[in-house]
Each structure stands twice: as C-alpha cells, then as structure tokens.
Write a protein that binds this ligand. Structure first.
Ligand code: ZN
Ligand code: ZN
Length: 264
C-alpha cells in the first residue's frame, strides 16, 4: 500500500465533486493514508480555484483526522513561455505546485513547443511535480524534459486517472513506459498520484502501480512511501501552523520536515 497521494481535487476545482478539504482528509485517513496533498486547479481552468481560496489554505490546519495535509495547486501552463495561472505571491504560500497542460488553456503544439513550455514552467521555484505528462495529445521530448526536471528537483507523476480504462488522455501506456524508462536512466524518482476529483479514488493507484511493476521500475525511486522525503520535497513552506510544529523558530526546510514528521 502507498501512504501518500499528492494530487487530489476538492469542490474548489469547480468540477467533478462537491467534496471539501475536510471530506477528503476524513476519507484519506479512513483509507490509511498518512499524507494527503490537496491540489485544486488554478484560475485558468473554468470555475476553478480563485487566488483568495489558495490564500486561505495557507492558514488551514495541516493535521486533520490524524493525517498530514499538504496544500498545493495544480497550475495550468498558459503559453510557450511556461507562464502559470497563479501569481508568484500565491505560489509562495503553497507547499508545492503541479504543472500540467490542460485544454483549452494550452492547445497542443509541436513537440518542440510543448517541451519548451513545460521546461520553462518546471523551472519556477514553486513547481515540484510534472502533472500527467503522459497525455497523448501533447507530444513531448521526454528525455529532454525529464533531464531538466532532474536539474530543477522536479519529479513526474504516474497518473492513475490517465491510465484508467475511462481515462480521457488517450492510451497513455506507451508514454508512461517511456517516462519510466527515462526516469530509470536518469535515476529520477516518480510519484504515483490518483488525480481524484472528490473522495472516490483517493489513494487508488491500481493502474499506476501495475504500470510501475510491469516496467520493473525500482521501488526505491517511487516516492509515495518515503515520507521524510515527501515532506522535505513537497512541504517546503512548513512549518506554518502551531498544531504541527513545536517552535515558531524552526523555519528552515530541514527543521520543518523534522517537526512535521514527529507528528506523522
Ligand atoms: Zn490536470
Ligand atoms: Zn488534477
């Protein structure tokens, strides 16, 4: 079983669910997860999270129902410059950011242009995860993209929603295989994510897990159960709330991770 899921959506994403952060945390706890990441869509996708919503997450509790919550955002890549749909001022408040291509915000272009846009986006300091880069509609030079990701400390996800038979990104199997092949060559870790809109599929990695196992991908390069590393990589703005940190003076990421893990 994998103990963390860092790509999930609430009602704030504007589609697919009426679940709140509390609903998500309760269900994640019930299913035995230890870390849950909330990553609602940025404002470029229709009726999605507003800047004020993301601001409010910065003062939300990081412990609910006995599990740790990380507050992120799934930003859309807006253009060839890799600009994102949340201001830096907001992204600085977030624990981490996933960057993804979404239609019609960024319509698929040539392999070169798609890759260039994603590379520029991943170099934003708040970005930590490349979201569903398996999408068959966006051709990418995976080795170039993932080499840059490695340099920037960014990891790709293996997205459960893409791999499900009812996924709408085409048959992403071959692209996932290619991503895993490149990651193995680069010794770049991956993270399995459900991309669950609402509670239904939180922590469900049925197809993603089968994919990494079929690819004989090293377990040591799958981040989900490496909880200290999860906090160190994706909880960069910790600590912010008194319920998880012992001292207001602990401000460095390493200390923050330590304080956070003491409550795991
Ligand atoms: Zn997405
Ligand atoms: Zn998503």
């Amino acid at each position: 079983m994998y103990l963390s899921d860092l790509h999930t959506h609430t009602i704030a994403s504007g589609h697919g669910t009426d679940c709140t952060v509390n609903d998500m945390a309760r269900e994640a706890s019930r299913r035995g997860l230890q870390v849950l990441g909330i990553t609602d869509h940025g404002p470029a996708t229709l009726t999605a999270g507003t800047p004020s919503y993301f601001r409010s997450l910065a003062v939300s509790p990081h412990r609910r129902f006995g599990i740790t919550l990380l507050y992120g955002a799934e930003c859309s890549i807006l253009n060839n410059n890799g600009d994102l749909d949340l201001e830096d001022e907001i992204l600085e408040l977030m624990d981490y950011c996933i960057v993804s291509f979404h239609r019609p915000v960024f319509l698929p272009k040539s392999e070169k242009e798609n890759t260039q846009a994603a590379v520029r986006a991943l170099h934003h300091p708040g970005v930590k995860i490349l979201g569903h880069m398996d999408d068959t509609r966006y051709r990418l030079d995976y080795f170039s993209l993932l080499s840059e990701a490695r340099e920037a400390g960014v990891v790709p996800e293996i997205n459960e929603a893409s791999l499900r038979p009812d996924g709408y990104r085409g048959d992403t199997t071959a692209n996932c295989m290619e991503i895993l092949k490149c990651c193995r060559r680069l010794e770049l870790p991956v993270i399995l994510s459900s991309d669950s809109h609402g509670t239904d599929r939180i922590g469900d990695f049925t197809h993603a897990e089968a994919m990494v196992h079929n690819a004989l991908f090293p377990e040591g390069l799958i981040l989900n159960n490496l909880l200290p590393e999860i906090i160190a990589r994706f909880g960069a703005s910790f600590p912010r709330s008194e319920d998880i940190c012992r001292s207001r003076n602990h401000r460095k990421p390493d200390d923050a991770a330590e304080g956070m893990l003491s409550s795991l």
